[in-house]
Ligand binder design. Structure first.
Ligand SMILES: Cc1cc2nc3c(=O)[nH]c(=O)nc-3n(C[C@H](O)[C@H](O)[C@H](O)COP(=O)(O)O)c2cc1C
Length: 283
């Protein structure tokens, strides 16, 4: 049930809802109506674009939504955030309140998903004690794997062997980096775009966390360990069997503060002109 309701007292019949509908299923029969409800992808563009708050859909009322009126960060603020966020590898041994985590994740669920599937599952290990327990289990399992020669010729085991050495010889936790929380993004493998959806969600999470003064780290070594090499961990973490794990991050209150952005070697950019016949002219 879409519950597409148009307040006739407010609707000016401007047609913006119809022209912006990605599925092109809104028609103006005097007032807007949805002609093929099964094709609706539930994006709510009709509600978002209406200048007079005339449209509600899916039980959502425009009056309950945030007005956007110049409330976005400036391009300069966004550029500082994107250039200034850093991979955080030092954390306070302090859990974040659950409501803070829930607020972050609720916002992250607004990230775009293919065909608006909204199927990304965000799994968070809830506090430092839980991460400590998980960490013990992970290092124990890794030590056992190295001892038994499991995945011996896999280059990932070589890197993880280094992690064990750092942990056992120097007490340095290069796997979890001392973070109090682990975040895993997964999505059903049969949804339209599971992996891009996970990556986008985590990218949004990273920026949102940075804007809130929190640190985070994309964690390839944990992805290998918890998902790829020792899938018993993903089972024990309750990741559904039919899900693909997009990626794993750790996050928490940083124990370090970065004072400035850093410069990058300019990455390749191409601004192209498509010409009839031979495309861009490259063979
Ligand atoms: C997909 C991905 C996986 C990563 N895995 C790890 C990791 O396992 N351990 C780690 O310390 N850093 C990891 N990083 C962080 C990168 O090393 C980091 O982004 C890079 O050095 C640039 O530093 P910056 O993020 O502070 O700009 C990963 C980053 C990405 C994007």
């Amino acid at each position: 049930m879409l519950k597409f309701l148009v307040d006739h007292a407010r609707c000016t019949q401007c047609g913006l809802c119809a022209t912006d509908c990605p599925a092109r299923i809104i028609e103006l029969d005097d007032y807007p109506t949805i002609v093929n409800p099964d094709a609706c992808i539930r994006c709510q563009h009709c509600l978002a674009i209406c200048p007079t708050e005339a449209i509600s859909i899916l039980g959502n009322d425009p009056e309950n939504e945030l007005p956007i009126n110049n409330a976005f960060p400036s391009p300069q603020q966004m550029a500082t955030l994107i250039r200034g966020r850093r991979s955080t590898r030092q954390y306070l041994d302090e859990s974040l309140p659950i409501d803070v985590i829930e607020d972050l994740l609720t916002t992250v669920h607004h990230a775009p998903t293919g065909v608006n599937a909204q199927q990304v599952l965000l799994t968070v290990v809830k506090n430092r004690q839980s991460v400590h327990t998980l960490r013990e289990a992970v290092y124990t399992r890794l030590v056992q794997a190295i001892r038994d020669g499991e995945n011996n010729d896999d280059m990932r085991m070589e890197v993880l062997g280094w992690a064990i050495k750092m942990w056992t010889k120097e007490g340095a936790d290069v796997l979890f980096r001392g973070a109090p929380h682990v975040l895993i993004a997964s999505a059903p493998q049969n949804c339209p775009t599971p992996l891009p959806d996970c990556f986008i969600s985590l990218s949004y999470f990273e920026l949102l966390a940075a804007s809130a003064g929190l640190g985070s780290l994309w964690n390839g070594m944990l992805k290998w360990t918890l998902d790829e090499l020792f899938p018993e961990f993903r089972d024990r973490l309750g990741i559904p069997r039919d899900h693909l794990v997009g990626y794993v991050m750790v996050f928490g209150k940083p124990a370090v503060k970065y004072m400035r952005t850093v410069s990058r070697t300019p990455g390749p950019i191409r601004i192209i002109d498509w010409k009839e016949g031979n495309g861009t002219g490259n063979s």
